[in-house]
Design a binder for this molecule. Structure first.
Ligand SMILES: [Zn+2]
Ligand SMILES: [Zn+2]
Length: 349
């Protein structure tokens, strides 16, 4: 046996030189998540701060193209009232799952819910076909805590398109990931219903968002399969997604700030129309624990009307509301001065 002896100092030196230098150029080394030299990812004339997820870009684009085609063919040109009414009801069910469930209940805990209501929220949420509850809640809690910073998943400082849908087409900013880990979501999985949903998330999504709602119209009133698929899987799904996304984009760009002018979220009635009352976003970011997610415009706040109904029958309780004193104090000290004008407009409506 030959034993090669080398001085210890030589060994350490050669080892350090090996580990403290970049590998030679000719050595093939794969770099995961490599950063471009100028800090931007480019595609044609567009620049991105994080890598593009092309699978999502293609999928989202295809869904939108088919939805627009189907909208004109079936909802505007041919006009099939049955599927229009059905999709409006289904859209309302999805909206309730997102606004009353994922947003006001699971994310903000703005009220408490008994088992029957929690089951309803879970099914309605599944019909909307969005991310898992834990993903949704983590994204939204980070959005509130680190609003308009790199840690905000749909940071509106990165532009309207990014805050609307672009954030789903690129990898998350490293700050979103690191700050996201500091957000406590342990309360979610303490609910066995949410834990069960999390384990079978994809099954719930496929069944509740696509298969079951598509099967119903042909059996219920003899709708054609083609119209049902186009209406339910494309038009309703895409409109429902855009209604949610509009809160992150339109309601962070266009509107007034009666409660706190120091923040970017605004009051936007148009968004409330599509998002069942969630467009009054300046109020919501100022008082995120208020179960109404708004103070004014209750006629459009369909979710609050439903929660009030569930409150009356005892399935929803401990519904939190901002006190008048607190609200007045914010309006006087931090509002943009549009509050009282808004009250007059609301009264005259
Ligand atoms: Zn927001
Ligand atoms: Zn919120």
């Amino acid at each position: 046996m030959t034993v090669t002896t080398t001085k210890a100092s030589e060994n350490i030196e050669s080892y350090i030189s090996l580990i403290s230098h970049e590998p030679p150029e000719d050595l093939k080394v794969e770099k995961k998540n490599a950063q471009p030299k100028d800090g931007k990812y480019k595609f044609l004339f567009w620049e991105f701060e994080t890598p593009v997820i092309w699978g999502n870009v293609i999928l989202i684009t295809i869904f939108h193209i088919i939805a627009v085609y189907a909208l004109f063919e079936h909802f505007i040109v041919i006009r099939t009232p049955g599927i229009i009414l059905y999709c409006l009801i289904l859209g309302g069910i999805c909206g309730f799952g997102i606004t009353a469930g994922a947003h006001r209940y699971w994310t903000h805990r703005s009220y408490k819910a008994k088992l029957p209501l929690r089951v309803i929220l879970l099914i309605c949420y599944s019909c909307a076909g969005q991310n898992s509850i834990v993903q949704w809640v983590r994204d939204h809690r980070v959005h509130h805590k680190f609003s308009e910073t790199d840690a905000d998943p749909h940071n509106s400082n990165r532009g309207f398109f990014f805050s609307h849908v672009g954030w789903l087409m690129t990898k998350k900013h490293p700050e979103v990931l690191s700050k996201g880990k500091t957000i406590d979501c342990s309360d979610l999985l303490e609910d066995p219903l949410v834990a069960f949903h999390e384990r079978h998330f994809m099954l719930f999504k496929i069944l509740c968002c696509f298969i079951v709602p598509t099967i119903i119209p042909p059996f219920l009133y003899g709708e054609t399969w083609y119209t049902s698929i186009m209406g339910v899987c494309f038009v309703r799904y895409v409109v429902s997604l855009n209604s949610t996304w509009a809160v992150n984009s339109f309601a962070h760009f266009y509107g007034n700030k009666p409660y706190d002018k120091r923040i970017r979220p605004v009051e936007n009635t148009g968004v409330s129309l599509f998002a069942m009352g969630e467009g009054y976003h300046n109020y919501h970011h100022t008082f995120p624990w208020d179960y109404r997610a708004a103070e004014l415009g209750m006629a459009l706040n369909i979710t609050t009307l439903w929660l009030d109904f569930f409150g009356k029958i005892g399935w929803a309780y401990d519904l939190k509301v901002g006190s008048d004193e607190l609200k007045e104090s914010m309006i006087m000290n931090h509002g943009d001065g549009t509050y009282h004008k808004k009250i007059e407009d609301t009264k005259s409506e």
